[in-house]
Design a protein around this ligand. Structure first.
Ligand SMILES: C[S@@+](CC[C@H](N)C(=O)[O-])C[C@H]1O[C@@H](n2cnc3c(N)ncnc32)[C@H](O)[C@@H]1O
Length: 244
């Protein structure tokens, strides 16, 4: 068997190389696991951990530096912002720790960038399959995208992103998710709905130009209770079938 890819656990004392027995032990004791991938400064997953003290909450990001203040805060007493149920990992979303396979009830990806953004829009099958692999059979993957990255041609090309037109959203993207074992149950602009609470990037968008965000929810194929369909005016328009 190939060796497990390396990953790093970040706590108040700094980064520690994994695999760490504590991750396996904490998972074994956990009834419910929530993950935030591309968690940035980890404020969102820290808030979730405080709101759901019975859940094991795990933040994962490729870069650890921004998570340090939350790692320190989480180590305090709960009355002072502590969250003993929070674990922060530094690593690539395309190769999460094997211990996490099939464990997460909910995986959030808020305002992804770079490779993570390409992955959740179908440009990196390995990354999408890795996210799918984190989910329990009835788990959900909830992605909030900033549409601005797709609207400016220069930015879109430099990030190698697709054009999010209706044929892409209704056919190409569901096919890419299907190949990863996921079915998209929701794909709609957030419009005036609230942005995910407590993400630093969401806060910037909310306070600034209120650029459009797209919500994608996906679940493992075969274990679906479909979400109710959104009102017709919230669905992307169907591709034109006019033959002239
Ligand atoms: C725009 S920030 C959003 C951070 C946070 N979710 C928020 O809403 O404030 C995008 C994050 O994705 C992370 N990221 C990009 N590619 C990644 C990858 N392949 N694996 C893990 N994290 C990644 C970046 O390091 C960055 O922290």
């Amino acid at each position: 068997m190939p060796p497990a890819p390396p990953y790093v656990i970040l706590d108040k004392n700094g980064p520690h190389p994994g695999p760490a027995p504590c991750l396996a032990q904490r998972l074994a004791a956990a009834d419910r696991v929530l993950m935030d991938v591309g968690c940035g400064d980890a404020r969102f997953i820290h808030r979730l951990a405080r709101e759901e003290p019975a859940a094991l909450c795990i933040g994962l990001d490729a870069i650890g530096a921004a998570m340090r203040p939350v790692a320190v805060k989480a180590s305090r007493q709960p009355a002072r912002g502590g969250a003993p149920n929070l674990i922060l990992l530094v690593g690539d979303a395309a190769a999460p720790p094997a211990e996490l396979t099939g464990r997460a009830e909910q995986v959030t990806v808020n305002f992804p960038w770079a490779g993570l953004l390409r992955g959740v829009t179908g440009g990196d099958p390995l990354l999408l399959a890795a996210l799918a692999g984190l989910l329990t059979p009835r788990g959900s993957l909830e992605i909030c995208l900033n549409l601005h990255s797709f609207q400016e041609t220069g930015l879109r090309d430099s990030l190698a992103l697709p054009t999010l037109d209706p044929p892409f959203l209704t056919t190409t993207l569901p096919q890419a998710y299907g190949r990863a074992g996921l079915a998209i149950t929701t794909c709609r602009p957030l419009g005036d709905d609230p942005l995910p609470v407590g993400t630093t990037w969401g806060g910037r968008l909310g306070k600034g130009s209120r650029r459009e965000s797209l919500l994608i929810v996906a679940r493992p194929v075969g274990a679906l209770t479909p979400d109710p369909l959104p009102p017709a005016d919230r669905l992307p328009p169907p591709p034109s079938t006019s033959t002239g």
